[in-house]
Design a protein. Structure first.
Length: 84
């Protein structure tokens, strides 16, 4: 996610992509290092929701569709870890 924000900034000069990708990416990294699966699930759910809406509007697989799919996978993973 963080790398995607950097890529969005590098290719389009998108500061919002850089900030959002950096914040969510760092949040997910912190959650992974501390095994905070609930917070990671929340971040993944927010990313899934936002990027799914963006994909529905733009019909562009990159970046919105890809991030929505990857975030959905992260959400499922974290929900399964919470249930353990």
């Amino acid at each position: 996610v963080a790398a995607g924000g950097v890529a969005g900034f590098a290719s389009k000069g998108s500061v919002p992509s850089l900030v959002a990708g950096g914040i969510s990416g760092l949040g997910l990294i912190a959650c992974g290092r501390t095994s905070n699966f609930k917070a990671a699930a929340v971040i993944s759910a927010i990313l899934t929701l936002i990027m799914s809406i963006r994909f529905a509007k733009t019909k562009k697989v990159m970046p919105a569709g890809m991030v929505a799919i990857l975030s959905s996978g992260g959400l499922i993973f974290n929900l399964l870890k919470i249930r353990q």
